[in-house]
Design a protein around this ligand. Structure first.
Ligand SMILES: *Cc1c(COP(=O)(O)O)cnc(C)c1O
Length: 405
C-alpha cells in the first residue's frame, strides 16, 4: 500500500465506532424528515413552480410546513428569495428588533459577515436603525453564565443570539445539550424576548435542533446542510409563529408577509435536498473525521477532537505557515469536480475582514456542504474545512492533500 492509503486505512479502523454512531444519528434524522413528508402529504404537484405574486403557491406553503415539522417548530419561512445565510440572519434580526432595542450575543462575536450587519456605519446596519449590540464571550468554549446574567439586566435586550457553529474560531461548536442549558438559564433570568440561533452548519449533526431545545427561532442557509447539496439557493427561518410572522413582514413587506413569493423554476430541489440532507451531513461528517484523523497522524493540530462526537460539520486545521495553509486549500480545489484546474489565490472578499482563500469547486456556487475549505490568511494559519457530498470524494481529496503536504 502507498503511504496515503495506509494512513487512510489506519484512520478508518480507528474511526469505526464514531462512524457507527454517526450512522445512527443520520438514520434517526432521515426518519424524522420522511415522517414530515408523510404528515404533509407531499406530492408531485408541490414541485410545480408559480409566477407573479405566487398567491396560493402550494409548493411553497407545504415546503414551509415540512421544514417547521422537521425542526419541531410552529412555523417556517423557506425561500429561494433568501440569497444566503447572512441574508436569512439579517432578515431575521431586522424582523425582530426595533429602534432602541439591544441585540445580545451570548456566544461572543457573531460570524464575520454579520459584523457589518450589526455595526456598519451608514450601510443600513442595525446600528444605523438605533439597535445596539452587546455580547458575552464564551469562556473556554462554554457559555459564561455570570456574564450572561449581567447582560440580561439590561431591559432593552430583546433578542438573545447564539451561534451554534464555530465560525472562524478555534472552539468547538455548541452542543444541543449546552444550547438547551443556556436557553433555560436565559429564561431563569427572566428574559421574555426571542432566543435566536444561527444554525448554519449545525443542521442534522445531532438528533435534535435548537428549536426543540428552548430556542424561539433558528436560521440557516440552503446551500449548507439543510439543502442537502441539491437546493440551488435559498435560506430558511423556523420558529414560533409570532416571530416567523414578524420576519416574513420584513422578508417581503409588512402587509403581505409570507402570502406572496413565487418561484417559476419549482420546488423539487428544495424538497429533495431536505430529503437527502441527513445523509449528506453524515457523509460530510465522516469525511471531516477521516481528514482530521489522517492529518493528526502526520502531526497537524485539528479541531474538533477526534474522541468526541461533532456538533457542526466544520473542521479547523492549523498549519505552521501561510504556504502550507495555501497549499492545503489549493489541494482541496484540485480534488474538486468543478474548476479543478483553477490555481487559487487569497483575495479581499466582501464581508470579510482579512484576505481569504477559498476552495469551492462546487456544483452549486460556493456551496459549503460540498467539499470546500477556506481560511483567512493570518496567523495562526487555520483552515476551515467542511462538506463533502460523498465520503468517497472526501477520501479521494485526502490522497491529494497528503501528497501535497
Ligand atoms: C456560513 C455561515 C453564515 C453566513 O452564511 P452565508 O451563506 O455564507 O452568507 C453565518 N453564520 C455561520 C455560523 C455560518 O457558518
Amino acid at each position: 500500500m502507498q503511504g496515503a492509503e495506509r494512513l487512510i486505512a489506519k484512520s478508518e479502523e480507528q474511526l469505526k465506532e464514531t462512524f457507527r454512531k454517526l450512522d445512527e444519528i443520520s438514520y434517526f434524522n432521515q426518519v424524522k424528515v420522511i415522517k414530515a413528508f408523510h404528515k404533509n402529504r407531499v406530492a408531485l404537484r408541490h414541485f410545480s413552480g408559480s409566477t407573479g405574486y405566487g398567491y396560493g403557491d402550494e409548493g411553497r406553503d407545504t415546503l414551509n410546513q415540512v421544514f417547521a415539522d422537521v425542526f419541531g417548530a410552529e412555523s417556517a419561512l423557506v425561500s429561494p428569495n433568501i440569497v444566503s445565510g447572512t441574508h436569512a440572519l439579517t432578515v431575521g434580526l431586522f424582523g425582530l428588533l426595533r429602534a432602541g432595542d439591544t441585540l445580545f450575543s451570548i456566544s461572543g462575536n457573531p460570524y464575520d459577515t454579520l459584523q457589518d450587519v450589526i455595526a456598519g456605519k451608514d450601510t443600513g446596519s442595525l446600528a444605523d436603525f438605533g439597535i445596539s449590540f452587546e455580547k458575552a464571550d464564551l469562556k473556554d468554549g462554554a457559555f459564561d453564565y455570570h456574564a450572561i446574567e449581567n447582560g440580561l439586566r439590561n431591559p432593552k435586550v430583546k433578542v438573545v443570539f447564539i451561534q451554534r457553529s464555530r465560525g472562524y474560531e478555534w472552539r468547538d461548536a455548541l452542543s444541543q445539550e449546552k444550547i438547551s442549558e443556556a436557553c433555560a438559564f436565559v429564561r431563569k433570568c427572566g428574559f421574555q424576548g426571542c432566543i435566536f440561533v444561527d444554525n448554519c452548519y449545525g443542521e442534522f449533526v445531532e438528533t435534535s435542533e435548537p428549536t426543540q431545545n428552548g430556542a424561539d427561532v433558528a436560521v440557516g442557509s440552503l446551500i449548507k446542510n439543510a439543502g442537502g447539496g441539491i437546493a440551488p439557493t435559498g435560506g430558511y427561518i423556523v420558529g414560533r409563529q409570532k416571530y416567523v410572522e414578524k420576519i416574513a413582514g420584513r422578508l417581503t413587506a409588512p402587509s403581505i408577509g409570507a402570502e406572496v413569493g413565487s418561484y417559476s423554476a419549482g420546488y423539487q430541489y428544495f424538497y429533495q435536498g431536505l430529503f437527502l440532507a441527513p445523509h449528506t451531513v453524515n457523509q460530510a461528517l465522516k469525511g471531516s473525521f477521516l481528514i482530521g484523523a489522517c492529518l493528526d497522524q502526520i502531526g497537524y493540530k485539528t479541531s474538533p477532537s477526534l474522541e468526541n462526537m461533532p456538533y457542526d460539520i466544520t473542521r479547523a486545521i492549523q498549519f505552521p505557515s501561510d504556504t502550507k495553509l495555501i497549499a492545503f486549500i489549493q489541494s482541496v480545489q484540485e480534488a474538486s469536480p468543478i474548476d479543478s484546474f483553477v490555481q487559487l489565490q487569497p483575495w479581499d472578499m466582501p464581508g470579510y475582514e482579512d484576505r481569504v482563500i477559498m476552495a469551492a469547486g462546487c456544483f452549486v456556487q460556493g456551496a459549503s456542504i460540498e467539499l470546500s475549505a477556506d481560511a483567512p490568511v493570518k496567523e495562526p494559519y487555520i483552515a476551515y474545512f467542511q462538506g463533502g457530498l460523498t465520503y468517497e470524494h472526501c477520501k479521494y481529496a485526502l490522497t491529494k492533500i497528503i501528497e501535497k503536504l
